[in-house]
Structure formats: structure tokens, C-alpha cells
Write a protein that binds this ligand. Structure first.
Ligand code: C5P
Length: 308
């Protein structure tokens, strides 16, 4: 094969319970990930330039807000491909092309998704045949959210979010995502969360999975799920981007079953009762303050898959 294309979904966090800051700079989490139908595509191709001077891994980015994505060795997809080559103990070459639809720095794990897609694409292109368990381990080293982008569906992540167990769900959930102008830096949002907690003198304690949320997922009960959505990073995201309060309020006024900031934001997620309801909420949100665009999606969807 001279080129492999992989499609990979965005995620929204249905519960993000954040424990105290650890000594390694991370936080213990209970992180309920849910993969939704907004997809990036990553193609890994045999390089056009095979001269000794050519870099072994190159990356190009197409789509929305691509200017903010590093097109160099810092790109998460390049880092993942390099980690895979390192694991295989050889140097490998590939030209990566990322077609982005997932909002950049939006709290929907777009960079992590591209990393997961690059692992699957290069594993195939280079004929390594590594099992998914090995890819999951490499993924966890690249970033906390990368293993989930391989797995997809709905899953609970513990540790820093990389230790995953699949969750049983019923039916399809309908979502609306309000995209904001510009991104938010994940480390900055976690830092703001710590600062707000210190200021208020609150001790977060050990994060615990929400039983009502797990039951709602099992039963496919969108009304109960809407009530059970929580994100401990939301106060921090709102503190850094106060206009998101208007977006969340607008979604609630439009009858969303639940509203929250997605991960570290600034994308806001709204749960709808049906496809039609989602379209109505999206139409209504277009004029809301702090909302650049609104897109509908469904979940859960599979993780990274080869499509060509
Ligand atoms: O693992 P990843 O590189 O995606 O994490 C990005 C940043 O998010 C970390 O450097 C850290 O500041 C923050 N983070 C955290 N606790 C987690 C996951 C991420 O504090 N469990």
C-alpha cells in the first residue's frame, strides 16, 4: 500500500471529575469519554522525497483553523508516528496529511484524535501489524486522550484519563456543539481549576464515577443523561472565557436536555431529544454571544478506522 487513510472522531466528556494536582503535574480523573460524529481524516503516504536530506516525517494540514495547528515535529500526529517507529526500533518515513473538521484547541481532543489516526495509519503503511493493545500503550505516552480516540464508543478513563473501560450504552444520543472563536490551552484550564479551588479553599477529594450518569447511558435515557452531565473544568473555562456563560444559557433556553463545556473548552455541548430538536438548537445558537458556529452530531461512534 502506498497510502492509508484513517477516519477518527472527536470526543465530548459526559463527566469530567478532576482530583487534586499530582506531583507529576497531572490530575487523577474520572473521565467519561463519548465519541461523536465530527471526524478528522489522516492519510499516511510513502514519501515523495526519499533523498537522505529529506525529513523522515512530514505533515500538511487542510481544513478549518489550520493556521493554529503546528505543521512541524511538535504536531501530535508526527509525535505519534515517531513514537510508533521508536517502538518498532527502526526509522520509518511517511508524509502525513491531516484533514481537520474537529475544532482546534476546542476541548474535543482533535490533536489527540489525529495522533490516534496516525498510529493506525502508520501501523498499516509500514506493515508493522502491531495489535491494538500495543497501539494503546504508545497512545498513552503521546497524550492522555489518545487511547480513547483509538477505542471510540463510550468509555470511562481513570488515572490521568488513559486507563479505559468500555461502557455499555443504548441507542443514539443527539448533540449540538457550539464552536467558539479561538481555542483554550488545556494546561491553562487545569491550572485555573487548581487556582480557583485554592482561592475557595475547596479540597476536591478522589474523583468518583456518577451512578446516575452510568445508568442513563445503559438505559439510553437522554433526559436523565442531560441532568447528569458534569464537568469540573467548566468553572475554570468560564473564568478564562466568560462569554461561554451566554452560550450555555442560550442552549438551555432553546430546550437542551443538558449543557456543558466540552472538556477544557471553549466548545460547548448540548444534548438534544432528537435529530430535529438538535437542528432547532443549532439554528437558535447561531446568534448566541460567544458562538462562532453550531454543528450537530450523534454519539457514540467507533474510534479510529481505516477508510482507504
Ligand atoms: O496528556 P496531555 O499531554 O494531553 O495533557 C495536556 C495537559 O493537560 C497536561 O500537561 C496537564 O497540564 C493537563 N492534564 C492534567 N491532568 C490530566 C490530563 C491532562 O493536568 N489527567
Amino acid at each position: 500500500m502506498s497510502a492509508i487513510t484513517v477516519r477518527v472522531p472527536a470526543k465530548v466528556n459526559l463527566q469530567l471529575a478532576v482530583g487534586p494536582l499530582r506531583e507529576d503535574g497531572y490530575h487523577d480523573l474520572v473521565n467519561v469519554f463519548h465519541a461523536v460524529s465530527i471526524f478528522d481524516e489522516v492519510t499516511a503516504a510513502e514519501p515523495g522525497d526519499v533523498s537522505a536530506a529529506a525529513p523522515p516525517l512530514t505533515v500538511r494540514i487542510e481544513g478549518e483553523s489550520t493556521g493554529e495547528v503546528p505543521a512541524n515535529d511538535d504536531n501530535l500526529a508526527v509525535r505519534a508516528a515517531r513514537a510508533l517507529a521508536g517502538h518498532a526500533g527502526r526509522s520509518y518515513r511517511a508524509d502525513l496529511l491531516i484533514r481537520k473538521s474537529i475544532p482546534v484547541a476546542g476541548g474535543m481532543a482533535g490533536g489527540s484524535a489525529d495522533a490516534a489516526a496516525a498510529l493506525v495509519a502508520c501501523n498499516e503503511l509500514w506493515g508493522l501489524g502491531l495489535p491494538v493493545e500495543d497501539l494503546m500503550e504508545i497512545a498513552a505516552d503521546v497524550g492522555s486522550d489518545v487511547p480513547f480516540a483509538l477505542l471510540g464508543g463510550t468509555a470511562v478513563g481513570t488515572g490521568r484519563g488513559e486507563r479505559l473501560s468500555r461502557l455499555e450504552t443504548s441507542g443514539v444520543f443527539h448533540w449540538v456543539f457550539a464552536l467558539a472563536d479561538g481555542g483554550l490551552s488545556t494546561p491553562r484550564v487545569y491550572g485555573e481549576c487548581d487556582r480557583l479551588r485554592e482561592e475557595a479553599g475547596t479540597d476536591p477529594g478522589r474523583p468518583v464515577a456518577s451512578e446516575p450518569l452510568l445508568a442513563a447511558l445503559r438505559e439510553g435515557d437522554a433526559v436523565a443523561l442531560g441532568r447528569a452531565l458534569t464537568n469540573d473544568l467548566q468553572p475554570a473555562a468560564l473564568s478564562l472565557r466568560p462569554s461561554l456563560a451566554h452560550t450555555l444559557h442560550a442552549g438551555a433556553e432553546l430546550g437542551a436536555l443538558g449543557s456543558l463545556v466540552s472538556g477544557s473548552g471553549p466548545t460547548c455541548a448540548f444534548l438534544a431529544a432528537s435529530e430535529t430538536h438538535a437542528a432547532e438548537i443549532a439554528a437558535g445558537l447561531k446568534n448566541a454571544e460567544g458562538c462562532r458556529a453550531a454543528v450537530t452530531a450523534t454519539g457514540p461512534v467507533p474510534g479510529a478506522v481505516v477508510v482507504g
